[in-house]
Design a protein around this ligand. Sequence first.
Ligand code: URA
Length: 199
Amino acid sequence: MTDTLPNLRHEAAGCTRCELYRAATQTVFGEGPVPAQLALVGEQPGDHEDRSGHPFVGPSGELLDRALEAAGIDRTQVYITNAVKHFKWTPRGKRRIHQTPNQTEIQACRPWLDAELEAAAPRLVGLLGAVAAKAVLGQDFRVTRSRGQVVTASAGVWSGPAVATVHPSSILRTTDAAAREQGFKAFVADLEVMAGLLP
Ligand code: URA
């Protein structure tokens, strides 16, 4: 595996390390400045990202943009990627419904995440949702228990400071308006913890 991001992106475009490439439109690789102060890791591309080839450009990305702005973080300064780089979905009528990736798929994708975090060399990694948090901090990590806390990842993909929070899609799925607003504020508060660790 070569180690510059353009090379990594090129190699990942042909990735067949697990079966997800078969149903996905394309590999959605990470994007952002290198080196980056902050790297954000999500779960996997969604429908919009699969079609466009860019991470966090659909509804979750729009919510993430609003929250980053509220937390005073400039998205153009953030390297944004996903733990899994192909969209995993199942058909329901004409719609493509998100499926959570399994451990085999997450592990198969791990060398890409390892390599891009090494290349992006962030000061801090922000983990969006349980899949990303467990991929980087281990299976025992619980977002509900430890969100918004600065933890030090010591094994595997990333060995440095990390802060986990919820996935923006969990806020979008909240039907009660007041609870959704509260969820958004809590999400911004976690991003503010990240912002506080940046220069
Ligand atoms: N959800 C993610 O986790 N990543 C994306 O890129 C889009 C939606």
